[in-house]
Design a protein around this ligand. Structure first.
Ligand code: PAN
Ligand code: ZN
Length: 188
């Protein structure tokens, strides 16, 4: 009998810090403007873009490290640069279904802004450059905004069983947005 199951053994993976490629990769998915349309503040700007293309906003590569005792998961996200009206591209945003689950995010390249909101009146934001690490405590909804001219690449580490609750953000959004004002990002 084998002492260890194959998935209980150590594993190594490699991230390309600039383009977000993950090797080996588990799942890959893309999110386009039509999937986040109601989240942007300017519906006319959304409509004008969708009339010609369903713009790719970001893609996600994930790798779950499942053992018989644990389920740590790595996601590497690449948000493409750009704006919808004056609003920078962002992720859909979610809280975790298991409210006691935290997450660690690490900015790998580009500049961004992490929005954090706990639904009990606390809003915070973290400005990111490469190397910034954010601890997202249990219960905080989170969204990442790309404020750079190029891609923003970051890694997120969480437990697979934490799950994703997209409903809360779809219903309430976040109380602040990151908008371009005279050429610079501003939290409004
Ligand atoms: C991240 C997110 C990633 C994409 O891995 O899943 O930033 O954002 P959305 O899931 O909101 O589209 C994470 O927070 N995982 O829990
Ligand atoms: Zn998360």
């Amino acid at each position: 009998m084998e002492k260890y199951l194959p998935y209980d053994l150590p594993l190594q993976a490699q991230i390309d810090l600039l383009n977000g490629e993950l090797n080996p990769c588990g799942e890959f998915y893309e999110r386009r403007l039509s999937q986040l349309a109601g989240q942007f503040v300017d519906p006319q700007a959304v409509g004008a873009i969708l009339a010609s293309e369903d713009r790719l906003l970001y893609d996600v590569r994930t790798r779950a490290f499942i053992t018989s005792l644990s389920d740590l998961t790595l996601a590497v996200v690449r948000i493409y640069p750009g704006k919808v009206g004056d609003e920078y591209h962002f992720t859909k945003g979610h809280a975790h279904l298991l409210l006691e689950e935290p997450e660690l995010d690490l900015c790998l390249s580009g500049q961004g802004c992490l929005l954090l909101e706990n639904g009990e009146g606390d809003f915070q934001n973290h400005w990111w450059t490469a190397g910034a690490i954010s601890h997202i405590p249990p219960g905080y909804a989170h969204r990442v905004v790309n404020i750079s001219d190029g891609p923003l690449v970051y890694a997120a580490i969480y437990r697979l069983s934490a799950g994703h609750d997209y409903e809360r953000v779809a219903r309430q959004g976040f109380s602040r947005r990151v908008i371009e004002r005279v050429g610079l990002p501003a939290l409004v």
